[in-house]
Ligand binder design. Sequence first.
Ligand SMILES: [Zn+2]
Length: 77
Amino acid sequence: MKYLVVIGVIAVVLWLMFGRRPRIRAERTKANAQPSLEGMVQCAHCGVHLPRSEALRADGHSYCSAAHRDAGPRADA
Ligand SMILES: [Zn+2]
């Protein structure tokens, strides 16, 4: 009976060590890949580049700040 408990503990430890590792690694890989997958956009007003997630979108243009969004696209752009 005692051996069953020991075998159970070993099985759990092995599962924790090997069974879960690929999933953790996959999540880490996905997290590391996200910044490079995230596109950069250009502010339609001043031309600065910024990550898409930080950009403000309006009328099909991207802006770096609310002030530039309100100012609208640069005339010669
Ligand atoms: Zn701007």
